[in-house]
Design a protein around this ligand. Sequence first.
Ligand code: HEC
Length: 122
Amino acid sequence: MKLLALAFVSAALLAACDSPTGSTCPPTDPPTYASFGQAFFSKYCTDCHSANSPNRHDAPGDQNFDTEDDIRRHAADIDSEAAAGPDATNTSMPEKSVNVMTLPTLEERKLLGQYLACLQAQ
Ligand code: HEC
């Protein structure tokens, strides 16, 4: 019984505390802002994370992803909240409280991890 309780507590801790994904930028056909980033962030994130959003749903005021520079500045946080890679699959974002929203697929989360790695390598 004690072991079972411990397992639940560890699972809860793991879920609450997302990790960097360890993604790398692929040498061929790396995802770019034009081929991936712009569409991904406007589909899944900027309803809340935009300086121009009429309803941020309480997204922090300093977390805006309107431009590639914005995304680069927050790349480490974004990786830990929404990307997938060899070391972690993070699904804390998009915030699920607004449940009419489509969530990114695992494939898209992996591309996000690669895209962020490419951005930081530039
Ligand atoms: C429906 C609104 C909404 C959407 C859509 C959304 N977020 Fe958020 N985001 C929030 C809220 C609210 C918070 C603050 C609470 C929290 O951290 O859970 C937040 C916090 C964050 C943070 C800061 C976390 C920290 O600990 O500092 C990051 C990074 C983030 N979101 C990334 C994203 C990314 C990337 C997407 C798109 C894939 C996204 N969010 C989509 C509402 C949203």
